[in-house]
Design a protein around this ligand. Structure first.
Ligand code: IMP
Length: 199
């Protein structure tokens, strides 16, 4: 019995460090429901097309794998890795490619699967990068949208949740590489220092 209690609590124990606290913003089950709906919306637009999903490592990995399993039909995926130049919470829009795509996207129906849209500068860079490679269709699905933070003139074709301007972690999103394994999307608070951001 004691063992069972320890096992059930370990999933939600967030691995907090001193001065940090988290508050659930979107529960695991709401995330799963919305991912299912997003998959339906995408398949409504592309009922029979093979879909090629592309994510930027690593924040959108859980979202991509859940979405892929809800889409049905022919689905493939690929990943790239970028680093944003910027300090603290601000991204400058300058993006350096760390890992390129493995396969060509020419002529494919590409769905860019993004974890969170903040200023939009990263997505703007990525869309230009992908468009040059001549996909048949190029669409964007984003799980979380901090709409009020937008600087770049970009929008997602499919949006999971519009959220307030707070730093969130969990379901793949990190602070300093931590908290990605939280099942819920949570707001993280720091007692003694500001917010931070990493890809
Ligand atoms: P943008 O270029 O400002 O839109 O930044 C987008 C990227 O910043 C996302 O793909 C995330 O990697 C990161 N990011 C922005 N806001 C958050 C947040 O609240 N938590 C974790 N990462 C974030």
């Amino acid at each position: 019995m004691a063992k069972k209690r320890a096992e059930s609590s370990s999933k939600t124990r967030p691995g907090l460090r001193p001065g940090e606290s988290v508050r659930v913003l979107i529960t695991d089950s709401r995330l799963q429901q919305r991912v299912k709906q997003l998959a339906k919306e995408i398949r409504r637009d592309f009922p029979t097309e093979p879909l090629h999903l592309i994510s930027v490592l690593k924040g959108a990995v859980f979202f991509l794998t859940d979405l892929a399993r809800q889409l049905g039909g022919e689905v493939s995926f690929d990943f790239l890795s970028v680093s944003s130049y910027g300090r603290g919470t601000e991204s400058t829009g300058e993006v350096k490619l760390i890992k390129d795509l493995d396969v060509s996207i020419e002529g494919k129906t590409v769905i860019v699967v993004e974890d969170i849209l903040d200023t939009g500068l990263t997505l703007k860079y990525l869309l230009r990068f992908f468009e040059e490679k001549k996909p048949k269709h190029l669409r964007v699905v984003v799980l979380l949208d901090k709409a009020e933070r937008r600087i770049a003139d970009v929008r997602a074709d499919y949006t999971g949740f519009v959220i307030p301007n707070e730093f969130v972690v969990g379901y793949g999103l990190d602070f300093d590489e931590r908290y990605r394994n939280l099942p819920d999307v949570c707001v993280v608070h720091f007692a003694s220092r500001g917010k931070a951001k990493s890809a």
